[in-house]
Ligand binder design. Structure first.
Ligand code: F6P
Length: 516
């Protein structure tokens, strides 16, 4: 997008009147700013948009050719130029006969579902003949956040082994997962696209030692989900336990690949297929629906408007569904690793802001923690409420109260309240959206996750950046290896780094501490 179009959009955002005035002038705005698609009812009417800005935003989606870009992505063009890769996550849930990529993916997915269902039924057992009761996924980033979020969200459908997730290199994480688990009935899933990630490989080695101490045929208790099968095989994973995905699937876009294996173990292959069906429905919607009723397009335009045009630095995603509590953490990687960049695909510094800080916590808990700041603080924080129409638990009255809180918070943020005592007044005009899933089912969750994947992608196109690389995580990884070898060697590095004194302090203090 050129500077002139960007500036004219920015000017338009400043001419929009307050939300109260917008509702007064056009009481019908909730009709044209509400979208129903793929089991999601999305109300964007309390965003700072009037009809001319809405038209202009929709036009900007055409300027950056969202439709054409999806076409390129689906046809396997190299859309991740800095890594020379196609971006094929939509092929993971497309019909097998729709493309060579989809064909490749569906074969692996079927293998994963068969293995998961065999473990669930007891047809596939541990080395000593005992049924697997605990599945521990060891992975980090995209090899953890997606399946951990989905397993939590779909826990009402769980009827298989207990599924746990270990990501942190802090030993406390694996300690906790191993607590109460038995080597003969535990299966580890080593989830790593590269099969080299420091945290994952360190934890995997510890898990292998823990298993070997009781089970000599340890490899029967390990599965890999990876795009580097050779590395997994040479680590000792058995060929029939090595589930593959592909370099054309980004880690944070990999939930619909075999990275979903722990979810399959929890809810079963058929329910996982339902999850993929929901994603596929949203994939169809994003490439066929007109802009003014296209949910991911409108969602992306609003997030982009708030971060790049209004320069609101953060966005709070508040799931009003206890089981969606891992959604904010999942979105942090999806949005911030994808769009936290400053250089465009043209090699120039981008116009306007890129990724907002995404944060959040389950409602209503958040209301009693940080909502004070959202209502009366000096920063404007756009809020996204995510909830369900159907009640989840056994208490429908509680669900009505939950929904009432979504309504109340959106109203208070937007309308505010005048009061003659200033500390009791709410200025209002604080933007929010509400996304309501029909129910927290595998299918609706699939639609929601695909919606967020597409929204992050479209935001990247609006920003003019490559959403599919993540060079910003590399420097820290290299420096961690250097620091670890200095610590292990007990050598005082003599480089004049800014962290040199801290490293030397740690090297000397650890000699005096007890070690395990
Ligand atoms: O460090 C970032 C990252 O590369 C993510 O992009 C990725 O999801 C995560 O690490 C884990 O990588 P892997 O699946 O290769 O272990």
């Amino acid at each position: 997008m050129d500077a002139e179009v960007f500036q004219s959009l920015k000017n338009l955002t400043t001419s929009v009147t307050s939300l109260s005035e917008l509702f007064q002038k056009d009481p019908s705005r909730s009709q044209w700013l509400t979208v129903d698609a793929c089991g999601i009812h999305a109300d964007f009417s309390r965003q700072r948009i009037d009809s001319s800005l809405f038209e202009a935003l929709l036009h900007s989606a055409e300027v950056v050719d969202v439709r054409g870009s999806f076409g390129k992505l689906i046809s396997g063009e190299i859309m991740n130029a800095t890594e020379g890769r196609s971006v094929g996550h939509m092929a993971l849930r497309a019909p097998a006969n729709s493309s060579p990529l989809a064909q490749q993916a569906s074969g692996q997915l079927e293998r994963a579902k068969l293995l998961a269902d065999g473990i669930r039924s007891g047809a596939i057992v541990g080395a000593t003949g005992k049924k697997i009761e605990t599945v521990i996924n060891i992975g980090i980033g995209g090899s953890d956040l997606g399946p951990a979020m989905a397993a939590r969200a779909l826990r009402r459908f769980a009827n298989g082994p207990v599924v746990k997730f270990v990501s942190n290199i802090d030993a406390a994480d694996l300690d906790e997962a191993l607590h109460g688990a038995h080597p003969e009935t535990t299966l580890f899933v080593i989830s790593s696209k590269t099969f080299t990630t420091l945290e994952t490989m360190h934890n995997a080695e510890r898990a292998r030692r823990w298993t070997q101490a009781s089970v000599s045929e340890w490899a029967s208790h390990f599965v890999a989900a990876t795009s580097h099968a050779e590395a997994a095989l040479s680590w000792g994973i058995q060929k029939d336990r090595c589930l593959e995905f592909f370099d054309w699937v980004g880690g944070r876009f990999s939930l619909s690949s075999v990275i979903g294996f722990p979810v399959m173990c929890s809810i079963g292959g058929d329910q996982f297929s339902e999850f993929l069906a929901g994603m596929s429905e949203m994939d169809h919607h994003v490439v066929t629906a007109p802009g003014n009723v296209n949910l991911p397009v409108i969602h992306a335009l609003i997030w982009w408007m708030n971060s790049a045009l209004h320069s609101f630095p953060t966005v709070a995603v508040i799931p009003y569904s206890h089981d969606l509590s891992r959604l904010p953490a999942y979105l942090q990687q999806l949005v911030m690793e994808s769009n936290g960049k400053s250089v465009g695909v043209d090699g120039r510094t981008v116009l306007g802001g890129t990724s907002p800080v995404v944060w959040g916590e389950a409602g209503t808990n958040g209301q009693h923690a940080f909502f004070q700041m959202l209502h009366q603080g000096t920063q404007v924080v756009p809020v996204e409420f995510v909830t369900t129409a159907a009640s989840l638990g056994t208490d429908d009255e509680a669900h009505d109260l939950l929904f009432a809180n979504v309504i109340a918070q959106s109203e208070a943020l937007a309308a505010g309240r005048a009061h003659n005592e200033l500390h009791k007044s709410f200025e209002g005009n604080r933007p929010s959206s509400v996304l309501v899933l029909d129910e927290l089912s595998p299918r609706c969750l699939g639609s929601l996750i695909a919606m967020y994947e597409h929204s992050a992608t479209i935001q990247g196109w609006l920003m003019g950046i490559n959403s599919f690389d993540q060079w910003g995580v590399e420097l820290g990884k290299v420096l961690a290896v250097d620091a670890a070898s200095a610590i292990a060697g007990g050598s005082l590095v003599d480089k004049k780094t800014m962290t040199h004194p801290l490293l030397n302090w740690y090297v000397s203090i650890r000699k005096k501490l007890p070690r395990n």
